[in-house]
Design a protein around this ligand. Sequence first.
Ligand SMILES: [Zn+2]
Length: 126
Amino acid sequence: MGFAGFVMHEMSIVSSLVEQIRAHVPPGSVVERVLLEVGALEHLVDEMLQAAWVGCTLETELADAELVVERVAMWVRCGNCETEFEPVALACLYCPECGLASPIILRGKGVVLKSIEVQAGERVKG
Ligand SMILES: [Zn+2]
């Protein structure tokens, strides 16, 4: 996957994010800040998300809204002994207790729209 592929990926995430925001925000509200949680396992680049955000909101009611991207660290549970741990690297999923690699991913996957702040500090979601 080249550079363009990454841009396409971020664009599709951001455009569905914009749809979600529009579905949650009452008409006439001014969105100030959008908090997005991005799992460590997602192959998303913050700069590209920001660029996609600017591209998707340009000349819309969301043009002045700030996109805040929060990274969620990966957290797994060993499928063998149930120890929970944060892998030191994505490619290193061996359990520190029993040494087996059968992790159940608890956190660090997916992209979640965490909250939308509209003017006057009111929170619509999250
Ligand atoms: Zn284990």
